[in-house]
Design a protein around this ligand. Structure first.
Ligand SMILES: Cc1cc2nc3c(=O)[nH]c(=O)nc-3n(C[C@H](O)[C@H](O)[C@H](O)COP(=O)(O)OP(=O)(O)OC[C@H]3O[C@@H](n4cnc5c(N)ncnc54)[C@H](O)[C@@H]3O)c2cc1C
Length: 455
């Protein structure tokens, strides 16, 4: 009988029939090829990345494990802060993240903290790696840190170098010096969620946030809601229609939180990603000077669409990280919990489920990386496919973990209960998954029309 450690029904690694043992006996010339070099799937995946992105991935993982892990449960359970309040441990996190370059990685050094090497690849690829690694540890803190980049993206996509120089660079310098200057992105309105993210709805909607021309600038009125980090942002990219016009007149304004008439009305009490507040913002005749228009008047819709096309890869990355976390929690549970005198991991039904979870997670990771490798923010088909498929599959993997863990999975300290609440949000924001499915069809519309025979 074999006494070396092995799972029921499997050969031990050193058994003469196990691949490892067999390969070790092959001639020296071939051995380098058949000797496994990297133990974990994480290491194997990282090794497939271009070197600068592999470095970025290691850096994001080490930051997430070192800085987010120990706060995750506390900040999830803490009462929602009222506007103007930041939990002390999250205030510390912001400073640390700022100093370590985690809030300035949209721009390359010396302007920001991304390596020049990583800039040879689409920006969204590194951002998806970032959201994956942070979400694996705590998706709430991930959103707390990453909604900020969403707020900066419109300035980048407006191609407005003057705005980058005047608004982003000083904020980045301040942040790296340990005084975080956060941004937020505001498109959603009480009467426009999907309408702010989908062309057909937008074309018939009545904008609630409106800019009226005044001497030297614009007077902004209206409300935005569900704005991630809107409560702590010093600068907000706010999209508003011009007076008496529709969303086609949308213009992106850079509003700062010290402008008279700007108000953070409240933070929503929401089911997941609770470390990040979703704020309702009100604009009571806020005077926004002309030089705070990002891009040009009426370019807002284009800037918004490019921003969403980019950020949907990051949301897909969140789902990968959450699926990974759920898979790891389920494996841990199966290895440390006994049933009928043996570890759960010895049951083949459990092994089948874990194999499915590992494979689904690897599959969605592959989808994001493959699409992000050649990301084109002028197109929405790939980013929307990634967004809805990865978040749907990610939630499915989390549900499998919950199923496998039974009662224990429903407990807060199981980890998976929080992962489920966090994962569920990824199917809703950055356009619900229904809207993202429609975005794929919209992108391909011309191809379909060409094939439809009309009389
Ligand atoms: C945690 C969180 C963070 C967020 N952060 C931000 C942020 O930072 N900035 C920001 O601006 N917004 C943010 N949002 C808002 C988010 O993007 C919207 O909530 C989302 O787009 C959905 O909008 P809605 O809830 O108004 O849905 P609605 O538009 O009211 O849709 C309701 C339902 O109808 C469906 N539906 C709508 N239109 C169609 C259609 N044509 N065909 C089929 N089905 C349709 C939708 O799929 C959905 O199921 C955030 C939301 C959440 C939950």
């Amino acid at each position: 009988m074999n006494t070396q450690p092995h799972l029921d029904g499997y050969l031990p690694a050193e058994h003469p029939l196990s691949p490892r043992g067999l390969f070790a006996d092959l001639p020296a010339a071939i051995r380098p090829i058949v000797t496994p070099k990297l133990a974990t799937i994480w290491e194997q995946d990282t090794a497939t990345l271009p070197r600068p992105l592999a470095e970025a991935r290691r850096c994001y993982r080490s930051f997430a494990e070192g800085e987010l892990g120990h706060r995750a449960n506390d900040v999830d359970l803490a009462p929602h802060p009222t506007p103007g309040e930041v939990l002390p441990s999250l205030a510390d996190l912001l400073k640390t993240a700022g100093r370590q370059g985690m809030l300035t990685d949209l721009l390359p050094r010396p302007f920001g903290s991304a390596s020049l090497g990583s800039y040879r690849y689409p920006l969204v690829w590194a951002q998806a790696l970032r959201t994956e690694e942070m979400s694996r540890v705590c998706a709430g803190q991930m959103l707390f840190l990453s909604a900020h980049s969403l707020g900066v993206l419109p300035i980048v996509f407006a191609g407005d170098l003057s705005a980058i120089r005047r608004f982003v660079l000083p904020a980045y310098r301040q942040t790296i010096a340990g005084d975080p200057h956060m941004f937020a992105y505001a498109i959603t309105e009480p009467s426009a969620g999907s309408d702010a993210e989908e062309g057909h709805g937008a074309s018939v909607s009545r904008p609630g946030a409106v800019a009226r021309r005044v001497n030297g600038g614009w007077s902004l009125t209206g409300r935005k809601n569900f704005i991630s980090g809107g409560d702590i942002a010093k600068s907000i990219t706010v999209f508003a229609a011009l007076e008496d016009e529709g969303i086609e007149s949308w213009t992106c304004f850079l509003v700062t939180n010290d402008m008279p008439g700007f108000e953070v009305v409240r933070n929503e009490l929401k089911m997941g990603m609770r470390a990040s507040a979703a704020a309702e913002l009100a604009f009571h005749d806020v005077f926004v000077p002309d030089d705070h228009v990002i891009g040009k008047p009426r370019q807002g819709w284009a800037i918004n669409r490019a921003t969403l096309n980019a950020s949907r890869y990051a949301v897909a990355g969140m789902a990968v990280g959450l699926a990974q976390a759920a898979t790891e929690a389920a494996i841990d549970f199966a290895c440390t919990t006994g049933l009928a005198g043996k570890p759960l991991m010895d049951f083949q039904e459990v092994q089948l489920q874990i194999a499915d979870m590992m494979t689904e997670t690897t599959a969605i990771r592959g989808m994001v990386w493959q699409a992000a490798r050649k990301a084109d923010v002028a197109r929405q088909d790939r980013s929307s496919m990634c967004k809805f498929h990865c978040t749907d599959q990610g939630v499915r993997v989390v549900e499998m973990a919950l199923e496998l863990m039974g009662n224990h999975g429903t407990l807060h300290n199981s980890g998976v209960e929080k992962i489920y609440r966090d994962a569920r949000l990824t199917q809703i924001f950055e356009g619900t998954n229904q809207i993202n499915r429609l975005a794929v069809i919209e992108d391909q519309q011309e191809q379909f029309l060409a094939r439809i025979e009309r009389n």
